[in-house]
Design a protein around this ligand. Structure first.
Ligand SMILES: Nc1ncnc2c1ncn2[C@@H]1O[C@H](COP(=O)(O)OP(=O)(O)O)[C@@H](O)[C@H]1O
Ligand SMILES: [Mg+2]
Length: 449
């Protein structure tokens, strides 16, 4: 596969002008996009584009578009809204509402590194919102009224987006089936976000919507404990842990952990799927019953994001304006927000199992998001930001430094083109001015003599 930096980003996708890159993983890249409506109002969107190598795979591409068609019919407050999909040249893309906020995995990483823990009710409420969004997708019908049997297949904290205002959106539906096709290994076992697979997937058995219930259960267990549940040093060990399905009792890890919430987690994580919640709707209802008064939750989430990423909402708005008001090459401006500060280590390969992860957690806080965001504010600061980011966070163990270098953020920082520095230019201008003055003085005084 060619590295991301080598790919020429598209300039135009459908009616959208393509701006800077805001995210992306193995199969697609997400850009900011802009269109000016007939009434003159500017519309900003997120454009998810299949990577070049995969766009030439006909089966993959048609799967992508088929799913996009389905998703365009899905309308739920907890699911990313698909505006349209299309093909421009060989680029297949989905245009989505542009979100401002952070992924749940960013929040997890920052809090774990700070040694902080999420409030149980807030974690339950976030998962309840995801459960609602998932249910609307699971229940989708085709034009003839037959179930479409949509399964997300990749529920995990990196695909849960927390919007600055306190909303929760499930993202990354568009490649669900295609992802499975690509990631099936020769023995039929599905690869991908292995730590969030259900036991039946680890056994290569047929799946249904209850794998999403299980993945949401894993997410909930991890976000209340701030530890990884099944992740081990190797994929083989991770798969083994999933097959064994041993779920440590959270009540023994956190004194006073509420029994009702533990019961919900346990039921979502039953090895036998017949014993799990039959639908995410059932799971969401129980979570909501546990939360009780949900009125303050949205505000609490907004406050948490503001606490973890102070001032970022305003910076992101400024960045979005800058990223779309002038046409920028996709690699010249690192985005301030959707890039995980702590590199989403929650999903990195080779991440540590729960026991060893805690040693990372006990370290000092990671570099502040503000530094990163400020660095992204203007292109001339980029090289400075780059060198700052390459420095280890003070006191962080060596292992963590290595992981950061593998992160998507690091990769993106490396993709960032070095802007031409102004210093040599200034020097030449100064030399030219001095020479001009000397010549003028010589001319004046020389001719006077
Ligand atoms: N609609 C959106 N608005 C803002 N950022 C987005 C949006 N969709 C995706 N992103 C950013 O792009 C990243 C990758 O998007 P995702 O759909 O999860 O693709 P992938 O298949 O690469 O995981 C997300 O983690 C998020 O930071
Ligand atoms: Mg994703």
């Amino acid at each position: 596969m060619r590295p991301t930096a080598a790919l020429a980003p598209p300039k135009q996708l459908g009616k959208y002008e393509v701006g800077a890159k805001i995210g992306g993983g193995g199969m697609a890249t997400v850009y900011i996009g802009r269109a000016v409506r007939e009434d003159g109002v500017e519309e900003r969107v997120a454009l998810k584009v299949i990577r070049d190598e995969l766009a030439h795979d006909e089966e993959f591409s048609s799967m992508f578009i088929d799913e996009a068609k389905i998703l365009a019919r899905l309308s739920h407050p907890n699911v990313i809204h698909t505006l349209e999909y299309g093909v421009t040249g060989h680029h297949r893309f989905i245009a989505m509402e542009l979100l401002s906020g952070r992924t749940y995995s960013d929040v997890f990483d920052i809090m774990a590194n700070n040694g902080e823990r999420l409030d149980h009710k807030l974690a339950a409420w976030i998962c309840a919102r995801v459960a609602d969004g998932l249910h609307s997708a699971h229940e989708l019908l085709d034009e003839g009224g037959s179930p479409l049997s949509v399964i997300h297949r990749d529920v995990n904290p990196s695909n849960i987006f927390l919007v600055h205002g306190g909303d929760v959106k499930l993202i990354d539906f568009g490649l669900a089936k295609a992802r499975v096709r690509l990631s099936k290994s020769a023995d039929g076992i599905v690869k991908g976000k292995i730590p969030y697979l259900a036991p039946e997937q680890a056994h290569g058995k047929p799946i249904d919507r209850r794998i999403d219930v299980y993945a949401l259960g894993t997410t909930l267990w991890e976000t209340v404990t701030m530890k990884r549940l099944f992740k081990r040093d190797t994929d083989v060990d991770t798969l083994r842990a999933i097959r064994d399905a041993v779920v440590p009792d959270v009540r023994e890890m956190i004194p006073g952990f509420p029994d009702p919430l533990w019961a919900i987690i346990q039921r979502a994580l039953r090895h036998d799927r017949d014993e799990r919640f039959a639908t995410t709707e059932d799971m969401g209802k129980e979570l909501d019953a546990f939360v009780g008064d949900s009125a303050p939750m949205k505000r609490d989430l907004a406050e948490l994001l503001n606490h973890l990423f102070p001032g970022q909402e305003a910076r992101q708005a400024r960045w979005e304006r800058a990223a779309t008001s002038t046409r920028v090459a996709a690699h010249t401006m690192p985005p301030p927000a959707p890039v995980p500060i702590a590199s989403s280590t929650i999903l990195e390969d080779g991440d540590q199992p729960p026991a060893s992860r805690s040693s990372t957690v006990s370290g000092p806080p990671p570099p502040s998001g503000r530094d990163e965001d400020d660095a992204a504010k203007s292109a001339p600061k980029t090289s400075k930001a780059k060198s700052r980011r390459s420095e280890p966070p003070p006191g962080q163990p060596e292992r963590r430094k290595k992981k950061k270098n593998k992160s998507s953020h690091r990769r993106r920082a490396e993709d960032v083109a070095e802007p031409p520095t102004a210093a040599p230019r200034k020097l030449w201008v100064s030399v030219a001015v001095v020479i001009a003055i000397v010549v003028a003085l010589w001319a004046i005084f020389g001719s006077a003599r």
